[in-house]
Design a protein around this ligand. Structure first.
Ligand SMILES: Cc1cc2nc3c(=O)[nH]c(=O)nc-3n(C[C@H](O)[C@H](O)[C@H](O)COP(=O)(O)O)c2cc1C
Length: 193
C-alpha cells in the first residue's frame, strides 16, 4: 500500500477541518463574494446548477437560523455567517432508474465554497443538526426545496468556550476509514460492506 504525506495534497484539502471554535468577527463582503463564486464553479449534470445558497448574515435572520440549531451545535452561535444550501430534485438530472443528481451537485458546490473559505483563513463547518422546518420558515424557503446543510462560517475563535469533547476534537487528527475499505480496483470487493 502506498502511503502519502499530507503535503502531497491540495493545501486547502489538507487544512480543511470541521473546527468549532469560531469568532464573531465579521467576514468582509468581498470574501463572501469569492467564496460563493467558487461554489458556482462546481460541475453539475448538464450544467443544471441545481444549488441555491442563502448567505445569512443579518438580523433577525441569523438569530432565527441559530435558534433552529440542535443543542449539540451550540458552538455555531458566535458565527457571523451561516450559508444555507438548498436544492430540489427536479432542478437537476433525474434518470429513470432513480438517480437524483441535485443533492450530489449541490454537495460539489458546497465543498468548493468550503475549500475557498479555508484559503481565506476561515472555518467552514457543514452541519445537518438543525430543524429544517424552522430554518425554512425563518428564511422563507419554498416548501418544495430541501435545506440540505448549513455551512457555519467564521474566523478561528477561542477553543475555551467549547465543551471538553469538542475542545479535544479541535486539534485531533483526521479520522478516516482506511483506503482499502472504501476504494476498490476494477470490480466490487465482496469483503467490503
Ligand atoms: C452533511 C454533514 C452534516 C454534518 N453535521 C454536523 C453537525 O450537525 N454537527 C457537527 O458538529 N458536525 C457536523 N458535521 C461535520 C462532520 O462531523 C465532520 O465533517 C466529520 O467528522 C469529518 O471531520 P472533518 O470535517 O474535520 O474532516 C457534518 C458534516 C457533514 C458533511
Amino acid at each position: 500500500m502506498i502511503i502519502f504525506a499530507m503535503t502531497d495534497f491540495i493545501p486547502e484539502i489538507e487544512k480543511r477541518k470541521s473546527k468549532r471554535a469560531i469568532s464573531n468577527k465579521n467576514i468582509p463582503p468581498e470574501v463572501i463574494g469569492r467564496i460563493m463564486t467558487t461554489a458556482t464553479l462546481a460541475p453539475s449534470c448538464f450544467n443544471n446548477q441545481p444549488w441555491r445558497f442563502i448567505v445569512v448574515h443579518e438580523e433577525p435572520f441569523l438569530k432565527n437560523v441559530k435558534a433552529a440549531l440542535s443543542t449539540g451545535n451550540y458552538w455555531a452561535r458566535p458565527a457571523p455567517v451561516i450559508i444555507v444550501s438548498c436544492t430540489k430534485s427536479d432542478l437537476d438530472c433525474l434518470p429513470p432508474d432513480g438517480r437524483e443528481y441535485a443533492y450530489f451537485d449541490t454537495g460539489l458546490a458546497a465543498e468548493n465554497c468550503m475549500l475557498q473559505a479555508v484559503k481565506e483563513g476561515l472555518i467552514a463547518h457543514p452541519i445537518a443538526g438543525f430543524n429544517q422546518a424552522d430554518v425554512k420558515k425563518a428564511l422563507s424557503v419554498p416548501e418544495e426545496y430541501t435545506v440540505i446543510t448549513l455551512i457555519v462560517m467564521g474566523y478561528p475563535g477561542d477553543p475555551s468556550v467549547l465543551n471538553e469533547k469538542h475542545r479535544q476534537a479541535e486539534d485531533a487528527g483526521r479520522d478516516r476509514l482506511p483506503l482499502d475499505q472504501v476504494v476498490m480496483y476494477d470490480k466490487w470487493d465482496s469483503n467490503i460492506p
